[in-house]
Design a protein around this ligand. Structure first.
Ligand code: SAM
Length: 269
């Protein structure tokens, strides 16, 4: 898979040389090129921004350097359009499902905005050559797109085959099945008078799996209840349904809905 990142601060992307993504690049599992946007300017000040039409605070990124930059990587012989990701607080919110979807692409291009963002006509023009996806890291405003790109490249890159040593670890983690991961523990079994739950020391894999699923439901209900109501309840065990009931939810038609009065005894199957 190929990633191209355009930014006026290419040094901001240096952490992508470290850890698992850095190793994956060295091992040839992914190609990642960082480009300096100012290389695509033609004036002596190498300017990339100008005042906004209509007035108002801040500056807007000029269209021409962006067009030159993006044109430099267009491969007219390619069968599919690359995906152009434009980090923006006004984009669709990035999540694990989107990370999986983007990990299927062959070529992702990231356009890091700064100031008040990129002239809107760049996104319209780019539709001719790219699949354009404005994507937000969350409902808050950053100074530039670089931090969002660091997060997205890491979340997408770790899903590529061979990047994470043990692929099993991708299956059991938060958001893989729509829930948050259960709590984890390591040695020693007693630390500052706090014991690891007995079941985790039992060696009984079925009991451990059951316990972890229950903990996952409890943690998700406490921290992110909206995820419980979005979950697919098709394959829930009776024990899992009972846990949900205890937490104040009922399973109806393979969907989970909040009950009016939590805590009472389950009456459904
Ligand atoms: N004026 C813009 C608005 O209100 O939508 C915000 C511009 S922000 C100061 C500058 C750049 O930071 C954006 O063009 C975008 O690249 C990046 N950015 C800011 N917040 C972001 C977020 N939540 N997710 C992704 N990128 C973000």
């Amino acid at each position: 898979m190929r990633f191209d990142v355009f930014s006026i601060f290419p040094q901001y992307l240096a952490p992508l040389e470290l850890s698992l993504i850095g190793k994956a690049r060295k091992d040839g599992l992914l190609e990642l090129n960082v480009h300096e946007l100012r290389e695509f300017t033609t004036d002596k000040h190498r300017s990339v921004d100008d005042t906004p039409y209509g007035g108002g605070a801040g500056m807007v990124m000029k269209p021409e350097p962006w067009a030159q930059a993006l044109e430099s990587i267009i491969d007219t012989a390619a069968e599919t359009k690359p995906t152009l990701i434009v980090p923006s607080p006004a984009g669709e919110v990035f999540n694990q499902a989107l990370a999986y979807e983007l990990a299927e692409q062959e070529h992702l291009v990231f356009a890091c905005g700064r100031y008040e963002g990129i002239d809107e006509r760049v996104l319209e023009w780019a539709e001719e050559h790219f699949t354009v996806r404005p994507i937000s890291l969350g409902d808050y405003v950053l100074n530039g797109g670089e931090v969002a790109v660091l997060a997205m490249v890491e979340a997408i890159g770790r899903l590529l085959p061979g990047v994470v040593g043990n692929p099993e670890s991708l299956v059991e983690e938060s958001h893989a099945d729509g829930l948050l991961e259960y709590p984890v523990y390591t040695k020693p079994s007693t630390w500052r008078e706090r014991d690891v739950p007995d079941v985790l020391l039992s060696g009984n894999h079925a009991k451990i799996a059951k316990y972890r699923k229950e903990q996952s439901l409890r943690r998700t209900s406490a921290r992110r209840p909206e995820l419980i109501e979005q979950m697919d309840a098709t394959n829930l065990s009776k024990a899992e349904r009972n846990t949900l009931w205890e937490l104040g939810y009922a399973v109806v038609d393979h969907k989970v809905a909040r009950r009016a009065a939590p805590g009472s005894t389950p009456t459904q199957d």
